[in-house]
Each structure stands twice: as structure tokens, then as C-alpha cells.
Write a protein that binds this ligand. Sequence first.
Ligand code: PPS
Ligand code: ADP
Length: 649
Amino acid sequence: MKLKTLLNSCVQLVICKKFCSDENTITISNMEQIKLVIAGHIDHGKSTMIGRIMQDIGALHDDKIELLKAISKRRGMPMEWAFVLDAMRTEREQGITIQTTQVFLKTPTKSYAVIDVPGHKEFLNNMISGAASADAAILVVDAKEGVQDQTRVHSYILRWLGFDSVLVTINKMDLVNYSKERFDELRFQVNKHLKKVGIISTTILPVSARYGDGLVHRSQNMSWFTGPTLMSSLDAFWPKPMPMELPLRLPIQDIYKFDERRIIAGRIESGKLKVGDTLMFAPNNSTAKVRSIEAWGVKLPVLAASAGQCVGITLEDHIFVERGFLASHKTNPPVQTYFFRARIFWLANTPLELGRYYKLKLTTIERIVEVFKIEKVIDIFDLSEHSGNQIERNMIGEVVLHTRAMLYLDEFTFNPHLGRFVLFDGYDMVAGGLVFIDKVQELGLISYKSLQQIPSVEDHVTIENRWRANGHKSGVLWLTGLSGSGKSTLALELENILFRKGWQVCVLDGDNIRSGLSADLGYSPSDRHENIRRVGEIARLFANSGVLVITAFISPYRSDRARARALMPSLFHEIYVNASLDSCKKRDPKGLYKKANNGEIIEFTGISSPYEVPSSPEVEVNTCKQSINQSIEKMLSYIQAKFALENNE
Ligand SMILES: Nc1ncnc2c1ncn2[C@@H]1O[C@H](COP(=O)(O)OS(=O)(=O)O)[C@@H](OP(=O)(O)O)[C@H]1O
Ligand SMILES: Nc1ncnc2c1ncn2[C@@H]1O[C@H](COP(=O)(O)OP(=O)(O)O)[C@@H](O)[C@H]1O
């Protein structure tokens, strides 16, 4: 999506001066809107209700009504208000717009975003993705059928998402002759069910969506009912307060180059930020000050923005940031962890299995997660609990998830915006989940860190002192290239020469790291990502202790190398060991290409897995065109220029 579209579409940016401390500056603020979710069993009348409300509040033009009448007649049915939604999906009208499952309605007094949920997959997706976390919920129950499977599932999801009150409409009262007895019977049934689920406060209204009884106007057919209409009950709702008081969480959606500016864009999920704030970006935890907040069509500078808004910011320092990073304030960062507890709602036909991997999406953050433990399985129909190694469709599971690459999140109860996620199996959404981090340390798994708890340790020996003692500067020579390109050969030879000169030097090589520190990793993109992350961290520690580190890893992904560079920008030097795939295949020093060609090794770089050539390495050697000695000469002269200390240094 283009930056401008992103900033304009995500939220209507209404410029107002009400929060301004300075007349010449402005703050971006939201237009007030109530988000309403309509849930219920299939065919109990959700779409009809939305269509009929539109008609009754005068949001439909006459020609649209005529068209709907004609369609309904053609299909041999009475006026079908549910068609309004279908018709709307393809067009936009004054005051009404539809985006997939959302309908926007405006009445003279209020503005509503109505979220229609065709099934619970869409329901969960909408609610959990945060795109439409609702302020109020309507549960529609058919007067003839009463509480059905999806009524149970939806009400459980609503409770699970934090609703302790819902508005229930007993719909299709016309089919039960507007009977007060039937309504009372259902009121009792629904109340009993909702109480069991944990929804305590409910308003239950009798309506007939098809005929408009009890929606916007009082029903002549149910004069026995003295309670409010649906619309007047809705009027009592107010939008939930925006989560501005929570800590800042800005998941990065994209980086745009615009003129000379590098604009970092995303939606502020919680908290607020202002120009001059120092932001910290997980997972690198590098920090930079906000130079500006960008907005379109605004003359005055924007100085602050808050939860719910899409922003583009520029930074004072050039640090590495990419999609999936998370900006926060240093004083209140997210929890960073490899393990966390979650309560997940399983939607897929094939059950979740212990030990299986799924893709997790949490705002713009994506990770592969392993189901490490299933602690409890809850049946949402009778709320019984049991243990097991599987979670079946429509069951809730309390599980421990593990990611190889650090994940940053919040406990759902603390900050729902960073505490809910969805799981995918391939392209299929299979579950919604809520994060619970409590007691995760007790699992004995650790690798859990809350940045607040880990103060950085200041070194008493400075790096410059180490350089003076060693007689040379330290840093990382990051050799990258195909398998067989010559990385190890060149790294070991360089080490040997420098060592003989008395330098503090060491080699970190793919093969020896992978037989120890990274023995748990394979060659999938995420495993390579984690491997390179670990190598980057170790290389940085060595370099900071005065050593010249030579690394020899394929490190095929540009983003992984960029991340390693970002850890230590002034110490990192990329050396591309270039050799054509054909010559690497011919050399095949370990016989791996042969095996890869026979299909004995999967995801082999250059054969069945990509290698992304460096775009601007500090040094490039071509081992097809240069001898080993020539490549070594070229690297040595670079090392001499960059790492040797002058006498007076
Ligand atoms: N599938 C697959 N793809 C690539 N390489 C493979 C694979 N399987 C095993 N090997 C052997 O592992 C060495 C590469 O490990 P690296 O740690 O350098 O890989 S990576 O940087 O994480 O991509 C690599 O070493 P080099 O030949 O020295 O590069 C291989 O010996
Ligand atoms: N010009 C050259 N530079 C580096 N290695 C070369 C050259 N010509 C041939 N080779 C051979 O190619 C092979 C490279 O293997 P290796 O160093 O293990 O590569 P990598 O670590 O990149 O997988 C070695 O057997 C090496 O002797």
C-alpha cells in the first residue's frame, strides 16, 4: 500500500486543535465512532438486521430500496434486507461505506462501524487482528430456534475477548406470533447460557428485523414489551476510551523513501508519541529520536500522535528498522521472550498437535511458533476441561508456544493490542490467541526477558584501551558467499597471517558453530535467520573485547546481514566471496552439491534455497578469477587501512 493511502485509510485523520499546547502546532486525533459487532448463529438474522436498520434510519436511497424489492421479487421472496449488504459490498454511497465485513453508518447523533460476522473465523480474525476490536456486541438469537451451536461459540468468544455485557436480540418474533411467553422462555434460556459463559450484564430485546419491529421504532405487535428499542439501547453505548494511557506500541508496517526522507510507517496500537521522543525498536533495541511526524494535506507541523492512528515518522539517527519491528519508549518496553503462555481458540478441522509448527501473526510481527506444551483443553459447549496432545475444532487450549526468533509482546490483560494474535497453517487461519506471560519463568525454559529487569553492564575497560593494548582496532569481517565459494579457506588463511603478526584474531565458521551453539537449527529461512542472529551477537561480543573477528557463513539473506550490521554499525565490514554457482558445484569440497542435486539435502543454498548477493559490500573478492593469494592480498590491504593503528593513535 502506498504511504499516503495507508495514512489516509487506516483511520480518518481529523485535525483538531483541542489538545494543542501551541497554536502553531497540531495533534492528530480520531473521529468518535462506536464499533459494533453483530454475532450469532448462521441464519438467525444478522445481515437482515443491518439492512433493515439502514432503511429505518433513512440511510438507503429510494432507488436502492426499489432495486432490493425487485431482486427479492425476482427470487420469489418477500423484501430481503440481507441483500442490502451484498449490494453494498460492491459500491459506496453517501454516508454508507462497506469494507468487506464492516458497514459504516451515520445517524444524526452517532457514527457506527458495524462488523458483520459471517462465521467465527471471520469473527475472530476481525476481533483479534485488532482491526475492529468492538466497543459493543449484539448477539442475535432466532426466536424459533433459540440458542444454537454458533450462539454458544460466539458468546464464548465475546467473553473471552473481554466482553462482560452484550445486547441480545431475540429476532424473528413474527415467526412465533410475537409471543410474550416464547420471549420469556428464551430470555431465561439465553440468560442461563450467558451466565455460564461469564457474561453477566445483558439487555434482551424482542425484535423482528424483517418487519422492523423493535429496531429503530417501537413495535405495535409487541405492545407488551415496555423496554427500549435496539437503536435507543445502542445510543447508551460510548466508544471505549482509546488506549492512550497504555505504553507506546507502534508496530512497523513499512519503510518508505520519500524525497530525502526515510519514513517509518505504522499504526499506533497503544500509547502516544511526540516529536523529540526517544524510541526503542525491538528486536534490535536500537534507539533514535523522532525528528518529525509526517501527515498529508496539513500545513502546520504535527507534533504528537496517539493510539488508533496511522503515522509516518522520521528519525534523527539512521538505524536499521524494518517491517515487523516494534517501537516503544525505553522506559516501558514490551516483554521480549522465546516462550509464552497463550489461550488459543482452535478453528481448523485438523486438530492442533503438540510439537507442530504454525505461523504466528501479531500486528505486523510474524514468527514461526512451535506448540511446546498443551496444559489444558476446554470444551466450549459444556465448559469441561481435560488434558491431551491435541486441540480439536472449536476448543480452547491453554498452551505454551516457543519461537526461535525473539518475540515481543504484552500480556493480554495488560495491553490487549499487543496481547492477541492469530495462527496460520500455510495460508489458512487456524486459531486466534491471547497472550498470558504469567509464571512463564516457572516453566524452567527461561530465555525470557523484560528489558526493564536487565540493566546494561558498563565496561570499565574501554574498547579504545583494548585497541591500544593489542596494537590494532577490532571489528567483524563478515564473509558471505555460496557454499564452496572459499569463505573458510580465506578466513583461515587470513587468521593465520594476522595471528603470526601478533594480532588478536579469531574465526567463527559455519561448520563449527552449527555443531555446537546452533546444533538445534536447520536450514529453513527462519533457522538461518536465528543462526545469523546468534553469530552476529557473538561476533559483536568478541569485537567489543578487542578481537578482529572473521566470520564465514553463507548468510544468504540480505535482511539477516543487515540486522547483524545494525548491531554494530561501525564495527561491521561485509566481504562478498563471489564465485559462480557452476564453479562451486565443480569444487564441491564436501560433496554437498551432489547430494542436493540428488534430492538428499533439501533447502540447499543455490539449488533449492536462495542466495541474495550483497548490494554494496565493503570488499568483494572473486575466487573464480583471483587466486587464493590474490584474494588474501586484497583483504589484507583493506584490513591494513581500516584496522591498523597509527603510532600516535
Ligand atoms: N541445506 C544447506 N544449505 C547450505 N549449507 C548447508 C546445508 N546443509 C548443510 N550445509 C552445510 O552448512 C554450512 C552452512 O552453514 P551456515 O551456518 O553458513 O549457513 S547459514 O549462514 O545459516 O545459511 C555449509 O558450509 P559451507 O560449505 O562452508 O558454506 C554446508 O557445509
Ligand atoms: N581462488 C580460490 N579461492 C578460494 N578457494 C578456492 C579457490 N580456488 C579453489 N578453491 C577451493 O575451493 C574450496 C572452497 O571451499 P571452502 O573454503 O570450504 O568454501 P566455503 O567455506 O565457502 O564453503 C576449497 O577446496 C578451496 O581450496
